[in-house]
Write a protein that binds this ligand. Structure first.
Ligand code: SF4
Length: 324
């Protein structure tokens, strides 16, 4: 690594504020760890977080991911992840005698209640979301006839109805929700808009934009399929800062990526542990830092993390353990 860093120019790496897991993801992971720590055989229904490193860590603690309830034996603890599920799935898990641990994010529970209430009140539902995303699939369990739309090219399929209601998957970009709301004004007589974009998503975007303003390059860390991560990358570009998106520090192998960058910003999606951002910061400094920065990479990365972290837990709060 030393011969690469000798050519580097990066003298500082900054980590965006309020990064790390969102509270929904953190709670679901903690619930799974708690169950396993209490000696329960514990499964999560679907990956509890879109992050391979965290999944491997949970597996090492005896927590298995299953795709369907059929893979779970009676008496096993099954953790519902933050995205939530259709109500039938919960009912089925309970009727099969599984120990259901509901990790559905409180924000998503609120969305589910809102959408159901609007259906009961006779509104035709339009949901801004990614089709087949688990949160959207769960919401459709409460509003089976809802029309799911994503990109603007989909919007023409929204029919004209008298009473319509618009909601959003929690991680959709606020600007898209606003544009769709404006589009729908002309499609119906009565339009109810319930803004269900999660505040964590909005804050994450604001903090990323703030970090991007003062750096030469942004590194966005998160799963390739994570929509909220892609949106962060896109926003950096809109605000005029070059951005690259990676899944982990292992994706950083070419120091040329940092050519011309003296100060680099790091941010991450809501499923990216803040520890991963520290590792990325250290890797950048070792790979492309000035000789001084590369030599002090570990300390500088830890200092950047301290600046970014707030007292509110940024990681899961339970001590690590290895299942016996
Ligand atoms: S992004 Fe928001 S709604 Fe989704 S799990 Fe995280 S906190 Fe909950």
């Amino acid at each position: 690594m030393g011969y690469l860093s000798a050519m580097g120019k990066v003298r500082q790496v900054r980590i965006a504020r309020r990064t790390g897991f969102c509270y929904g993801v953190r709670e679901a992971i903690d619930k799974a760890k708690e169950a396993a720590a209490a000696g329960k055989r514990t499964h999560t229904l679907g990956q509890v977080v879109h992050n391979e490193g965290v999944i491997a860590q949970l597996q090492a603690q005896g927590i298995k991911t299953v795709d369907t309830l059929d893979q779970v034996f009676e008496g096993t603890a099954v953790v519902i992840r933050a995205h939530g599920v259709r109500p039938e799935v919960l009912a089925r898990a309970e009727s099969r005698g599984l120990d259901v641990i509901d990790g559905t994010c409180t924000w998503v529970i609120q969305e589910q209640r809102e959408i159901k209430r609007l259906v009961d009140e006779g509104y035709s539902i339009v949901l801004l979301g990614t089709p087949h995303h688990p949160e959207v699939v769960g919401l459709l369990g409460f509003a089976p006839d809802a029309i799911v739309v994503d990109e603007e090219s989909d919007w023409a399929k929204i029919p004209r109805r008298k009473k319509m209601a618009l909601l959003s998957q929690s991680t959709q970009p606020p600007w898209k929700f606003e544009q769709l709301a404006a589009f729908m004004v002309g499609r119906c007589h009565e339009l109810k808009i319930v803004n269900t974009v999660c505040p964590v998503t909005i804050r994450r975007q604001e903090d990323t934009i703030e970090a991007a303003r003062d750096v030469d390059l942004m590194v966005v860390v998160g799963g390739r399929s994570s929509a909220n991560t892609k949106e962060l990358t896109r926003l950096c570009g809109i605000f005029g800062t070059r951005a690259i998106q990676i899944e982990s520090e292992e994706d950083l192998v070419d120091p040329a990526v940092f050519d011309g960058a003296e100060v680099v910003g790091v941010t991450g999606g809501t499923s990216t542990p803040i520890e991963d951002l520290r590792c990325v910061a250290e890797r950048i400094l070792r790979l492309a830092g000035t000789p001084e920065a590369a030599a002090a990479a570990e300390e500088l990365a830890s200092a950047a993390l301290m600046v970014a972290a707030t007292p509110a837990g940024r990681t899961t709060s339970l001590p690590e353990f290895v299942a016996g």
